[in-house]
Ligand binder design. Structure first.
Ligand SMILES: C[S@@+](CC[C@H](N)C(=O)[O-])C[C@H]1O[C@@H](n2cnc3c(N)ncnc32)[C@H](O)[C@@H]1O
Length: 212
């Protein structure tokens, strides 16, 4: 199986699914982003100008390890499921033996995405359907507050975008920058949409508020 083989190259175990035991309706189950989606994202988006990627609902860490390995970027993963978080740490221990030459940090935090304090160096945020749109709105609002305080260009990478995420983002200052379809996809949601908020647009909105 290709997914297992690619895991092996990175020294990680990220295949499989984990449902929430208590039928948590706000939080999605664990399921990794397929490697073919990460491949198409990497080939097209290239992560130029990215200082740090944050994966909200990082699961066992596949996205974090893949991007760290390919682009040597600092990455942070936030995970709310204790068992899954521990698996991400186990993966990190083995991965780090293989990736000693990459100085960029790779961090995992146990907790809720909506409680994560956005750092001013965070400028690329990854989501693969981690939670309901209500929680997504809180996270996006945290990002907006952070860029208002420390203006910078930020991107949201959304894999398998839900209609309610797209609808909400239409009401925000984010604009679609690019879209990639996953090769061979039969499901229309199997795509990646990149939304961008440019530093100059944040400054224009802030200036308008000052002049008002
Ligand atoms: C569909 S998986 C995506 C995993 C990973 N991002 C990837 O693409 O390979 C969603 C993950 O989000 C986690 N999650 C759900 N709600 C969360 C929350 N409020 N805060 C942090 N993690 C959450 C789940 O436990 C699950 O591991």
């Amino acid at each position: 199986m290709a997914e297992r083989k690619l895991d092996k190259v990175l020294g990680i175990r990220t295949t499989g699914i984990r449902e929430w035991k208590d039928d948590n309706i706000d939080y999605s189950r664990y399921e990794p982003t397929p490697y073919k989606a990460l491949e198409i994202l990497s080939a097209n988006y290239k992560f130029r100008g990215v200082n740090r990627v944050v994966d909200f609902g990082c699961g066992r860490g596949r996205v974090a390890f893949y991007l760290h390995n390919r682009f040597h970027l600092p990455v942070t993963g936030i995970e709310a499921n204790c068992k899954t978080y521990e698996e991400a740490l186990e993966n990190k221990a083995v991965y780090r033996l293989k990736a000693k030459h990459i100085p960029a940090p790779i961090k995992f935090k146990y907790g809720l995405a909506q409680h994560y304090k956005i750092d001013k160096t965070d400028n690329c945020f990854y989501f693969f359907n981690p939670f309901t749109v209500q929680i997504f709105k809180k996270v996006v609002n945290n990002i907006l507050s952070s860029v208002e305080k420390d203006p910078r260009t930020v991107d949201l990478i959304i894999y398998y975008p839900l209609p309610e995420y797209k609808e909400y983002l239409r009401t925000t200052p984010f604009n679609i920058m690019n879209k990639f379809k996953v090769p061979g996809a039969t499901d229309n949601k199997e795509k990646i949409i990149i939304y961008r908020l440019r530093k100059e647009d944040i400054e224009a909105v802030t200036d308008e508020c000052i002049n008002y």
